[in-house]
Each structure stands twice: as structure tokens, then as C-alpha cells.
Design a protein around this ligand. Sequence first.
Ligand code: UTP
Length: 261
Amino acid sequence: MRIRKAILPAGGLGTRLRPLTHLMPKEMLPLGGQVVLQYVLQECDAAGLDTLLVVLNRNKTALFPVSQETPCPRDPVTGIPSRNVYFANQEEQGGLAHAMLHGEAFVGSDPFAVALGDTVIHGGERSLLGRLVEAHLENGAAATVAAQVIDGPAISRYGVFDPVGEPGEVFSVRRIVEKPKREEAPSNLAITARYVFSPIIFQACRECRRNAAGEIELTEAMTWLSERGHRIQGVRMDPGQSRLDIGNPQSYADAFQKVMG
Ligand code: UTP
């Protein structure tokens, strides 16, 4: 089996980057010579994901031409671009898992990838999404999730893996703990913006607990899976690979510096 489809959630309001995001989606921000979404599209190309659904909102229509203007591999005989990008409109911002539910019909019955539209995986020799796809198909998991090492108090800002045993490059996960206190964190491995799921995740998104604001969080959907005995696994980012998060002014500044350096 081959995994070709990916959902790219980009429907959020980007409130931490206001007032900039009143005028421009954060996925349109430049990082070196390209804008953020272009890097994410190229990550998908590198992993053989050629059928993509970008979930956006009605103020982000500028993302449409970006997807058309990002060069991609072409069929060697016909010259037709091999990347096809579709769009869905998230009318209300009900959380990341809510955004993903807009892709249920698009995905159908096969496993699929998820790549957050406001996060770039920078550097490293191997495609992180490609490794997630491989591990997912090899081990028949319900969810395969990228992991990065976060040392120190910053771990409290992330969803954190509770691994089974000593975690190797690919490891089994007992559960995921959202934003634990540092002393209660079950490991130093944090969830990292790239995933592969089997379609059972949509049932999980629909049936899991809502947060206090009524939003559907992906961590809760994964908790729903683990509580029902579905297999979740983590895949560590390669050394030399880093996650560039465009979510707030400081992380954007750091990301720009990293790409230019
Ligand atoms: P974030 O919470 O980091 O992004 O969501 P945001 O909501 O745009 O930003 P703030 O918190 O208001 O500053 C992570 C990813 O999930 C998408 C975002 O676009 C981002 O890629 N997302 C989030 C959605 O697509 N829909 C949502 O309802 C929420």
C-alpha cells in the first residue's frame, strides 16, 4: 500500500501574530526565499504525498495561488504536475481535530498524513513525513506521530509521549499527556506537528471529550484511541532536524534566523 493523501490544517486565526494576521495568513509569511506553506508542500512532495487538502478559512484565499506557484514533480511523459491540491473552508475555528474532520470524505478509507500548515521541518537527511508513512504501514498503527526532544521546563508547553519502555527511533506509546507540569512529564519527547493516521481517527475526533472552550483537540482524540487499545507510536525526528513554528513572533523570528543561517 502507498499513502498519497495529506491534510494540511491552516484554518486557525493566528491570534498570537495579530495584528499582522488581520491582513495576511501566517502561512504566507516569508522564511528566506519562500513562504511558509511552500516548505510544507515540498515536505509532502519529498514523502510522495501528492494529493493534498488544505483546510483554511475564508480570509486565507491567498493560499490558493501559493499552492499553484510552488513547483512540483511532473509526470515524465505528459508533463502534468503530480501534486494536486484541494481546499476546504473551516467556517468556525473549532480546534485542530475539528479542522481535520473537514477532510473525512477526502481521505476515504486509507491511512493519510497530517502536516500543520504553520510549522516547517527544517534540515536532516531523511523526510520526516516519509519516515512516519513507512513506520505506519510497517506496524499497522492507528496513529504515528513525530516526536522531538524538549529538555527543561519548555516541555510543559507540549503534548508529551508516555512511551512503553525505553523509546528508540520508533517507539510504542501508552498515552499522550497534554501540557504536563515539568515534574510530571512522562518523558522529554514532545508531539511535533506531523502525523499519519488510520481513518479511525475521525471517529475519535467526533466522540472524544471537548476542551473547556468547546474545541476538539487532537490530543483528546488520540487519548480516545489509546483508551480503546488502538496502537499509537512515536517516531523521533532525525538529529540535525528541527521544527520551525511560525505561531508567535519569537518563534517566527527564530525560524527565519535558522533558515537564513
Ligand atoms: P494553532 O493554535 O497553533 O494556530 O494551531 P492558530 O489557531 O492559527 O493560532 P493562534 O493560537 O490563534 O495564535 C495549530 C495548527 O492547527 C490549525 C492552525 O491553522 C495551525 O496550522 N488550526 C487550528 C485549524 O486549522 N483550525 C482550528 O480551528 C485551529
